[in-house]
Design a protein around this ligand. Structure first.
Ligand code: FMN
Length: 333
């Protein structure tokens, strides 16, 4: 995933990911030059040396934080951290769509649980040579409010922000339940988080009314801001108008599974960002993610209202050079 010329693409996807993390931890990746002062962003009560972050899912254990800092990311969203160790789904669960520069993942939130995660996070943030802010993504498989409170309490002393994963509802009937649990999860996380800002990561939607309800409800419940968007599940495939033709992969049980990420997400993340900025006003922190694979993509998302951007899938295809390329374009624009 991470080397120039990307020989990692020759390996099966999860093996490539493990090799990439190993290379990052072993300092085998070239260091990015220091950031131009013009890239600095002040948001969430912190200074970010540049606005380009690694999105959740790439470093689930917060195990390679110095490596991500070394290749030039302005911040990392580590996790998603789960309340207890879990293996995630069985069988093949990560597929590349090389013609589309996209992937479909059905990992099922594997996690080694809080002990290892907090140790890694703490070691990184307590070393004063490390200046890169780290956000932490948390979730609960059973949607228990206590899990959010407990996890937020554990990571808040070290995190620049805490991100809650929620999925957007499919129908207006589902919206009531979603809003109820959204409120209780935000309140619980805020109880644990103290002064650490609690952000909400949204799933993809093209429905401005649904987005309005989510944004207003979350802000009322005390969310600091929003991150959008997560991957597109198969039942929302119709959202992917520009993703090109591909066959959705099937899991070991023969079922279509997982969520799409890649360039086909960019129109959705751009739409959601401009709506969210209009709904939330100029001061609420917003992080744009989904389909960013070039400097121009990042510029568009920032112009649509994002304070910061994130990426993951672009790194799989383009390697660490992508971070540097994006920052060069941002510094010029
Ligand atoms: C392999 C993989 C694992 C992911 N795991 C998580 C996760 O644990 N938590 C989360 O909030 N998002 C997760 N995501 C979603 C990404 O954070 C991001 O929202 C999405 O991939 C869109 O950005 P991209 O097009 O730059 O990849 C994952 C994405 C991929 C490709």
């Amino acid at each position: 995933m991470m080397l120039p010329m990307n020989p990692l693409l020759l390996l099966p996807p999860e093996t490539a990911h493990k090799a990439a993390l190993w290379a990052l931890k072993s300092r085998l990746v070239p260091a990015c030059p220091p950031d131009a002062g013009s890239l600095r962003v002040q948001i969430l009560g912190r200074e970010f040396s540049n606005p380009v972050g690694l999105s959740a899912g790439a470093d689930k254990q917060a195990e390679a934080l110095p490596g991500w800092q070394r290749i030039g990311f302005g911040f990392v969203e580590a996790g998603t951290l789960m309340p207890a160790p879990r293996k995630g789904n069985t069988g093949t669960r990560l597929w590349r769509l090389p013609k589309q520069n996209s992937v479909i993942n059905w990992l099922g939130l594997p996690s080694r649980g809080p002990d290892v995660f907090v140790r890694n996070l703490r070691r990184f943030t307590e070393d004063t040579r490390n200046t890169m802010p780290v956000g932490v993504s948390i979730a609960s498989t059973e949607g228990k409010a206590e899990d959010f409170e407990q996890l937020a309490g554990l990571v808040a002393p070290y995190a620049a922000y805490i991100a809650l994963n929620i999925s957007c509802p499919n129908t207006a009937e589902d919206l009531g339940d979603t809003l109820q649990s959204l409120k209780s999860h935000i309140r619980a996380a805020r109880n644990g988080a103290g002064n650490c800002p609690v952000m909400v990561k949204l799933g993809p939607t093209d429905d401005a009314d649904v987005l309005k309800m989510l944004v207003h409800t979350a802000l009322e419940a005390g969310a600091a801001g929003f991150i959008a968007t997560n991957t597109v599940p198969h039942d929302k495939r119709a959202l992917l108008k520009d993703a090109g033709e591909f066959e959705w992969p099937r899991n070991y049980q023969g079922m279509v599974a997982g969520g799409y990420s890649g360039p086909g997400l960019l129109p959705i993340s751009l739409f959601m960002m401009s709506e969210m900025r209009a709904l939330a006003g100029p001061k609420v922190p917003l992080i744009g993610v989904g389909g960013v694979q070039s400097g121009d993509d990042a510029v568009r998302l920032l112009k649509a209202g994002a304070n910061l951007v994130q990426l993951y899938t672009g790194l799989i295809y383009k390697g660490p050079r992508l971070v540097r390329d994006i920052k060069e374009v941002l510094a010029r624009s």
